[in-house]
Design a protein. Structure first.
Length: 390
């Protein structure tokens, strides 16, 4: 699919996994003779294509310790789906993007990465989502890992040419999270159109290789000159966190706990020391034991289980941290997964596979330790209130 905008911009829409798309990109460069090649990639996605071995052997720690964790989510939806389709239709995911980049290098043409950082897109989307939509996303995430083999067999490549894998994913995402469709689709079209226009103004004729599903939206922005009004910096910002009801509830726990301790000291003085000691003891045992049980169910390393036990009583009184984070960091120390473990998610077929994969086991350790701590808090609060006020 080729769409010319004036004399200086040519959009080449591709399916991302089609051999025909690769050839179309090469022939379009020969015919159009651009000064700059623009590709629908951000820096992170570009690195996953051009530095595959380095990417696959990157320790997961470097992702969990930064906002790159959002990139992992994107990889789940994209890498596994595109790889399956690539195997089916005989073309590596992103081959047409790499072809465009290689041709640009051969001809000493400027290369521009015109897509927004995928982690920014997903974080902006996450901020827009309601609680129900977030739960739905988690469910779809699980389905994406293990449940689409039959659907892959039914995909028609000609139909896919009308809408690339990324765009199809974004549209499906928007169906169960309608509040974020603007972020996932329109904002990206806006952003890419503005970057293409910048490339034209700075370097001359632009050949832009984008997913077929973006062509119509980008074309509308470029032809109407609405892209002139786009604020790139605003689109790259992530909205600040808002205090939710869940967050308020989390902060009410330490307030209630320490209010009880202060009440006992004021009303009963030194005679309350034994009572306060019992409150701390049961808070520690209930919280710690259930968090440790969660880690045990996830088959965590023994030291990770101990860490969950020790951390939970304290993290339950500090909403800014979680017991699972500490248990997860210990688990990472002794069983550090690589990106290749993550990429094997699509091969998971049973619960046993979840435990055998270092990445999914790590996630379960974090999640189950947090769940255990939460359950422990819910059980412990009424119990210590009874101890203190009874």
């Amino acid at each position: 699919m080729k769409v010319k905008i004036g004399n200086d911009i040519l959009l080449v829409g591709t399916a991302h996994i089609s051999k025909d798309s690769v050839e179309e990109v090469k022939s379009a460069i020969d015919e159009f003779k651009p000064d700059v090649i623009a590709v629908e990639l951000c820096k992170r996605r570009y690195q996953t294509l051009t530095e595959k071995e380095k990417w696959e052997n990157t320790p997961i720690t470097s992702f969990l310790q930064t906002d790159k964790a959002f990139l992992i989510l994107a990889q789940t939806f994209l890498a596994s789906v595109q790889k399956k389709l690539g195997e089916e239709f005989g073309s590596e995911p992103g081959a047409e993007m790499l072809a465009a980049i290689e041709e640009a290098k051969k001809r000493n043409l400027k290369i521009e990465l015109v897509d927004r950082d995928i982690s920014v897109t997903l974080r902006r989307a996450w901020k827009k989502m309601g609680l129900r939509e977030k739960f739905r996303l988690i469910w779809e995430f699980i389905k994406a890992m293990v449940g689409y083999e039959e659907e892959i067999e039914e995909i028609d490549l000609k139909e896919l040419m009308k809408e690339d894998v990324m765009s199809a994913m974004m549209k499906e995402f928007s169906e169960f999270a309608p509040s974020v469709s603007h972020v996932l689709i329109d904002e990206r079209n806006k952003y890419i159109a503005r970057k293409i226009l910048d490339a034209k103004e700075n370097h001359g004729k632009v050949l832009a290789v984008v997913g077929a599903g973006h062509v119509k939206g980008i074309k509308e922005y470029l032809e109407s000159e609405k892209s002139l009004e786009v604020d790139i910096k605003e689109l790259e910002q992530v909205p600040k966190k808002r205090i939710s009801i869940a967050k308020l509830f989390a902060y009410s726990i330490p307030a209630l706990f320490f209010s009880l301790i202060i009440y006992l000291i004021i009303t009963r003085g030194s005679s309350a020391l034994t009572q306060i000691g019992n409150i701390f003891l049961w808070w520690f045992l209930i919280n710690g034991s259930l968090s440790a049980l969660g880690a045990l169910i996830a088959r965590a390393h023994p030291l990770s289980i101990i860490t969950a036990f020790l951390a939970a009583p304290f993290t339950s009184l500090n909403p800014a941290v979680a017991a699972g984070w500490f248990a997860g960091m210990v688990e990472l120390k002794f069983r550090t997964p690589k990106i290749k473990d993550f990429q094997k998610l699509r091969e998971i077929e049973s619960l046993k596979d979840f435990f055998n994969n270092s990445f999914t086991r790590l996630l379960m350790v974090v999640a189950f330790a947090n769940i255990g701590s939460t359950v422990g808090t819910v059980i412990a609060i009424p119990y210590i209130l009874k101890l203190g006020l009874g």
